[in-house]
Design a protein around this ligand. Structure first.
Ligand code: FE2
Ligand code: FE2
Ligand code: FE2
Length: 428
């Protein structure tokens, strides 16, 4: 039987938005700032609440397809050259989740220039007007220098925007912005943003009811955003989730706990969004500094999911996957006493998947070699012996679950890339 639960969708959006802005200090708050400006502008031009909600969510996620640090930094240049790649990626990442389909479309066209009305359509598709509004807000956001007083910057910002009225931006929207020149609160809001949850309350975001399958669909959006950033990780979370689910089943987890562990597997590396793709893809050994950056990821998995109450167990099981029973893991140094069974399973699933999966630069290890390494980790009190034993007794069955899941994820990743290339090409 599928259960239905109420999901605070906005909180999920905020969590993702926060995650993608962690990639570097330079882009910190960019999504929040853009959303805040969208809200002010949208109110000014009298958008109905429903459109305003879509706009704010789209703004909070608009650069989610900027996968590398270089991508994200270039999005901060006022005039920048190749904007369609990341817009298309964002669109394709968000689109599979039905409640996000309109939002995905807004994201897709957020860099289309107005071009005196030609920009109503693009590559044969209708461009939502909200994309144009988002573009304006996005450009205002990048012109704001958060390190100095914002009110003193207003005239300079407006001058730059006005210079591209009609060519880049919709005149009506620019006029709305110009009317806000003297409204200090609007500009101060863009700096003193508090958090977007405040905006959410003003916009009265309703919780949406999702059944198990739809909830899985939402989590899968997260998984794709985490994994598809790099061919090195493209199928990793799918593998960990399948292995953890299988181990949970063999250990005798209840149906509900099996669900939880599958979701924990999908989300365990959420914090990797804060690790630049350049580091994830580095061939060879990481420097100490780079490894320190990688080490952040479980910390962020833990804290990013914190505001989502329904994720409490999922996040604990997922975020402790680099903790070790002897206390020598990271980042919390959880020990045997505090390490839940679910976390022990995810830890084993993560090591097993990492050892056996193929990477672009190397083949996965044979099963017996991988298991030998895992057993050594058990003897050093890194991993749980009972979980490792269940794995050892069912090595082939567990591996089959991994291979099937990762094969499916590879196909999904290839389709995704093909489509991305095709659409980006059309839009250039
Ligand atoms: Fe962008
Ligand atoms: Fe990890
Ligand atoms: Fe992992």
């Amino acid at each position: 039987m599928t259960q239905t639960q109420k999901i605070p969708l906005l909180d999920f959006v905020l969590c993702l938005s926060e995650a993608v802005d962690l990639i570097s200090a330079e882009v910190a708050d960019h999504h929040k700032r853009t959303a805040q400006i969208c809200y002010g502008l949208g109110r000014r031009i009298g958008l109905p609440d429903e459109e305003l909600r879509d706009l704010v969510i789209a703004a909070a996620l608009h650069d989610v397809g900027g996968l590398t640090r270089a991508d994200r930094l270039s999005a901060l240049e006022f005039e920048y050259q190749n904007p369609y790649g990341h817009s298309v990626m964002g669109y394709l990442l968000l689109r599979p989740f039905i409640p996000f389909s309109r939002i995905a479309n807004i994201v897709r066209f957020h860099h289309v220039t107005w071009n005196d009305g030609v920009g109503r359509t693009f590559a044969g598709e209708e461009v939502p007007m909200l994309s144009h509004l988002l573009q304006l807000a996005d450009r205002v956001a990048i012109l704001i220098d958060p390190t100095t007083d914002v009110l003193i910057q207003v005239d300079g910002i407006l001058e730059k925007i006005q210079a591209q009225m009609g060519t880049r931006f919709v005149p009506e929207y620019v006029n709305a912005l110009l009317e806000m020149r003297t409204l200090e609160y609007f500009w101060l809001d863009s700096i003193y943003m508090k958090d977007l949850a405040t905006l959410g309350r003003k916009l009265d975001f309703n919780e949406i009811a999702l059944d198990d399958e739809e909830f899985f669909g939402l989590t899968n959006i997260f998984r794709r955003i985490i994994d598809f950033r790099s061919p090195f990780t493209a199928t990793h979370s799918a593998g960990v989730s399948a292995v953890a689910g299988k181990l949970g089943e063999l250990i005798g987890f209840s149906a509900q706990d099996r669900n939880v562990i599958i979701l924990a597997g999908l989300l365990h590396d959420l914090g990797k969004l804060a690790v630049p793709a350049e580091i994830l893809e580095k061939p060879g050994r990481l420097t100490e500094e780079e490894f320190d950056i990688v080490k952040r990821h479980t910390y962020y998995t833990y804290h990013l999911l914190e505001p989502l109450k329904i994720m409490d167990v999922i996040r604990q099981w997922g975020a402790f996957h680099h903790e070790r029973l002897n206390g020598k893991g990271y980042p919390f140094h959880v020990t045997e006493i505090d390490m839940p069974m679910g976390s022990r399973v995810v830890a084993v699933a993560d090591v097993f998947t990492a050892l056996t999966e193929d990477r672009p630069y190397r083949k996965g290890l044979p099963l017996t070699d991988a298991y030998q390494i895992i057993w050594e980790m058990v003897t050093q009190k890194n991993l749980d012996p009972s979980v490792a034993q269940v794995l050892g007794e069912n090595l082939e069955m567990v591996d089959l679950a991994r291979v099937n899941a990762q094969d499916a994820a590879v196909r999904e990743y290839q389709d995704f890339n093909m489509l991305a290339k095709q659409l980006t090409h059309e839009e250039e």
